[in-house]
Ligand binder design. Structure first.
Ligand code: PLP
Length: 392
């Protein structure tokens, strides 16, 4: 069996995003023991960097050794007890997964549905909480990767608190790409993923829990059904003031990578990173009409880092994506759920939020569409994006 050599790609799908060589180089350093004092120091540094990234003083802020789905599961298995009512706001695929998590943890999910591409409607959440005053938790996806919708987390958390419910926020695609302020907005439990706007390889899920959320976990009358994700146990490993106890073997080299990616993010500055994502979104958006394409969604509710583009009728979705990949080395995402075959998802996340990525994507899309006989003006698309950059 020969060794594996991945093809060179430009990653512009819904994640993973492109990984900077500094992060890859960090991951290639020698593996050390996960209880080595040098590694324990690194764990502390990662916790501090994650606190800055989430904008929180929460002591319980650390990366779970697993992808974003496990961060989601950690929030639900710890905070939902059998019999609890949880309001789940669903405006795309990932809200649907939250419902699954609630039910598997023995809770009852009350679903607040919003149309795909739209943000979660605060009024509908308010109505659901009034109709279900026993609800102990509210859960929503701040950045719906399946629809490109950005919800107003600050307002939704505030509504939850006014009804004595805690708020679980999915920030898998949000963290590092748009404004997020865990303490300022009072978020109780939040999870993210390494492979989106943090631009690491997949496989780690940063999470953070407020004191209020921890009190809820400590007051449980039933054990957390997952041994691996029980916060009471995992905390002995990720905190414990010099007395770390073995829980599992952390993915040592993956954590070198996360550390370097966070160092890079804070060299740039969080606000500068949010502004960079917004700029490249505007440039991409400006270029699309000359290719006969437009973004779905409503003004003021679109994510800069995940752009959902309607596929014009008559265009062969799979053939366009195949041409992009095979001829240009560009990966974009297919539509998910309701949007399968109807939309593409173009990620401008982390290292993939750059002028090079936007211009490469517009020109590759232009040539893939022209190959299907579509009337496109790729030069005009590039010029429109260029004007956004010139004005920035
Ligand atoms: N939540 C959202 C909003 C996501 O976009 C994703 C992944 O795309 C997940 C959860 C699950 O993350 P992972 O694929 O890392 O398990």
């Amino acid at each position: 069996m020969p060794s594996f050599h991945p093809p060179l790609r430009t990653l512009m799908g819904p994640g993973p995003s492109d990984v900077h060589p500094r992060v890859l180089a960090a991951m290639a350093q020698p593996t050390i023991g996960h209880l080595d004092p040098a590694f324990v120091d690194l764990m502390d540094d990662i916790k501090a960097l994650l606190r800055r990234t989430f904008r929180t003083d929460n002591d319980i802020t650390f990366p779970i050794s697993a992808p974003g789905s496990v961060g989601m599961e950690a929030c639900f298995v710890n905070l939902v007890e059998p019999g609890d009512t949880v309001i789940v706001c669903r405006n795309g695929v990932f809200g649907g997964r939250m419902k699954e998590n609630v039910e598997r943890a023995g809770g009852t999910a009350v679903i607040v549905d919003d149309p795909w591409t739209r943000a979660v409607d605060p009024q509908r959440l308010e109505d659901a909480l009034k109709a279900h005053p026993q609800a102990r938790l509210v859960a929503f996806v701040m950045a719906e990767t399946s629809t490109g919708a950005l919800s107003d987390a600050r307002t939704l958390v505030d509504i939850a608190h006014r009804h004595d419910a805690l708020a679980i926020v999915d920030a898998v695609t949000a963290l590092g790409g748009v404004e997020l302020d865990v303490d300022g907005w009072g978020i109780d439990a939040i999870y993210s993923g390494s492979q989106k706007c943090l631009s690491c390889p997949p496989g780690l899920s940063p999470v953070s829990f407020s004191e209020r959320a921890l009190a809820r976990v400590r007051a449980r009358t039933t054990p957390v059904q997952s041994w691996f994700l029980d916060l009471n146990l995992v905390l002995g490993y990720w905190s414990g003031a010099g007395r770390r106890s073995y829980h599992h073997t952390a993915p040592v080299n993956a954590l070198y990578g996360l550390h370097e990616a966070l160092v890079m993010l804070h060299e740039e500055g969080l606000e500068a990173a949010w502004a960079r994502h917004a700029l490249h979104h505007r440039a991409l958006r400006a270029g699309l009409p000359a290719l006969g394409l437009e973004l779905l969604g409503a003004d003021g509710e679109r994510l800069p880092q995940l752009n959902v583009v309607g596929i014009p009728s008559g265009v062969d979705d799979a053939r366009v994506r195949q041409t992009l990949l095979a001829t240009h080395g560009v990966e974009i995402g297919a539509g998910l759920g309701e949007f399968a075959g109807k939309a593409w998802r173009i990620g401008l996340m982390g290292q993939s939020a750059s002028q090079r990525h936007v211009l490469t994507c517009l020109s590759a899309l232009g040539s893939a569409l022209a190959a299907q006989g579509r009337e496109v003006d790729t030069g005009a698309a590039l010029a429109a994006a260029g004007r956004v950059y010139a004005a920035a």
